[in-house]
Design a protein around this ligand. Sequence first.
Ligand code: FMN
Length: 340
Amino acid sequence: MNFYKIARSLLFRLDAERAHHLTLSGLRIAQRLGITSFLRPNVRQEPVKVMGLNFPNRVGLAAGLDKSGNCIAGFGSMGFGFVEVGTITPRAQDGNPKPRLFRVREHQAIINRMGFNNPGIESALDNIQKSRKGFDGILGINIGKNKSTPNENALDDYLHCFRKSYDHADYIAVNVSSPNTSGLRELQTPKFARELLSPLMDEKEKLKEDTGKNVPVAVKIDPDMGDDQIKDLSDLFIDLQIDAVIATNTTISRKNISDHLLSDEKGGLSGSPLNARSNEVIAKLHTELKDKVPIIGVGGINSKKDAEEKLSAGASLIQVYTGLIYQGPALIKQLAKIED
Ligand SMILES: Cc1cc2nc3c(=O)[nH]c(=O)nc-3n(C[C@H](O)[C@H](O)[C@H](O)COP(=O)(O)O)c2cc1C
């Protein structure tokens, strides 16, 4: 039995959110003591250039695990070539009432309705500055809007986080696809999406001129939209010269776990039951984007085979969240050696 299997059997006896906080606290302490570098697996790095950035390998930590940006070097030491922190909103918020995180173990899945609990952009940037020390991979900052901000004013929230993050991020991910902030997914309809993304891309050009630094913009989409919407969005992404698409966020579908006791819990489903749908969305995007916009593939990666399927479907990079909870850091080491 390896160390993670023992740790997991203890952690899985706890409520899911408690286990999450305990793990992150442990990682943070290890990071502060400077002992995470000893955890670093001997990953044979296979650098890849995407969005004009040099990634040490193709495997990233998906948003939502390090929401506050406290553990970047800690996750980096597991072998991740890139870490995406957030989602971060302008002001701190508590998120939804607990319980809001559920393990669906029989399906190697999670249901969450966290609702962007985060310390707000100012505190998160303080955390990021501290915790990225020693991390030599790529840092993504994932931004969103506060729950109390109506969609008509969403742009203000995204612009605020965008400007604040620009200096600190290697890329910025615009999250318009979480199912746990009421109305957020409406921002993916082509009309709203243009109204949001066009000014953000203009702002990027301004900041690029002012700072001399180019920070690519990635947009994260959901897996529950139809082919027509994927096509319309793809056209928009090409038109606005979006730097990457992250596909996908969690699903509201329960088709693949309909027999499970927890299937009625509201929120986004991640892990194995999402894998096939995420691949379909990536393949459709790949066709529509015609290699003009790279894809970051995420959703249900639990093995090297799953990762290879994402790359075959058209992804240039991959991200993992739920697989890490079930398989532990050994998965990252395995995945970092994937071949095209
Ligand atoms: C508990 C939890 C919280 C998440 N929070 C966020 C978030 O804040 N922002 C975001 O863009 N995605 C968030 N996600 C979605 C993941 O980044 C990822 O897109 C999704 O879980 C599919 O990948 P996976 O099957 O490897 O977990 C969250 C996922 C989980 C399980």
